[in-house]
Design a protein around this ligand. Sequence first.
Ligand code: SUG
Length: 448
Amino acid sequence: MKSFEVNFDGLVGPTHNYGGLSFGNVASQSNSQQASNPKEAALQGLEKMKALMDMGFVQGVLAPQERPDVGALRSLGFSGSDAQVIQRAAKQAMPLLVASCSASSMWVANAATVSPGADTADGRVHFTAANLNCKFHRSIEHPTTSRVLGAMFADPQHFAHHGALPAVAQFGDEGAANHTRFCRDYGQPGVEFFVYGRSAFDSRYPAPQKYPARQTLEASQAVARLHGLSEEGVVFAQQNPEVIDQGVFHNDVIAVGNGELLFHHQDAFLNTEQMLAELHAKLAARGGNFQSISVPRDQVAVEDAVRSYLFNSQLLSRADGSMLLIVPEECRSNPRVWQYLQGLTAAGGPIREVKVFDLKQSMQNGGGPACLRLRVALNETELAAVNPGVIMTPALYDTLTRWVNKHYRDALRESDLADPQLLLECRTALDELTQILKLGAVYPFQIN
Ligand code: SUG
């Protein structure tokens, strides 16, 4: 049976703005207060989805969330009509209104961790929604994420959904941004690679000093248990705390894996040799030949990796067995990174081509090509069970482009977030979107 890696990209929501909300994420902090362009952001994302579809990859789309999140503001004590809630928050606690308006659900690599059916004890594809509890604006995503994933992957014969882990920092879970899977073929049992930033219950593990480690070992272990993964099919590794302190807030800012290949920076991990040996041995036991490409710090410094998002790329397998790397424009404008990439594709290794995309609107909040997609490996039967409304087609691309042009603003500043009209615009757009994507009722305004 054929199997595929399907990339589900987050559609950017109508309230995309630069709130400066993510301490430890260099781009988010340095672009705070700039005016954003939600329309351009959504169109840039759609361009990438279309390009991958045109190249022959199966591409899906994941819906954005209702923002401002009036329910979250009510839970913090703001009351009255929806418009009054927004106005009172704007007057008394602007940072809370900004957080409740974030379109951060676009970075769907953080939506959930996904284990394909070939790896799990019951043979179903397992999803655990990420609690994202390191940042308030992201911690409010998972209830809607769970409903949207449930509407996309509804058939319980093939898909199992787990709610987010307990909402405490000890179980901080950021989803697939710290998870990669190695395999010979997407449909064969693979090795799932969980990367954590610290241990919450064992003080022997080192931890970053300046910025938070968002993913804990205990959260990763819990996800592996929930998904019914076997010990032979799992490797846990610790991120180097020093790179977290340089702005590597998720492992996908410093490493990316696909098929049998791990592409990573030399300084990405602790105990690298031991970790690579374990990956090699476990993949070999599953019939695979693990390979890694380590990018030396004297060619690409950690700072270059953080600024260019070289590793926040999509590593895709083409039909001829070679790989393609999808990188953001910022890689081309960094001379060291661009030179490294020229050498990489000329070297005759597995990565043969680099394609560049303009994702500036998302990049300015620290979200590159890999942040914008959630990978789900599916066999033909499972793919047939996915809600067909969320699979990208030329017609869906045209419909979504029209939908964005009709509903989105082309400039958004902090002062605009206090406008109750923005909530109405967002709800009108999302109500139409749930019909386009055939999701049913998934948003608070549709179900309460
Ligand atoms: O969680 N930025 C996101 C970026 C997420 C990137 N995801 C991955 N690397 N997988 C975050 O820090 C910034 C929002 C603001 O400042 O307005 C933000 O949430």
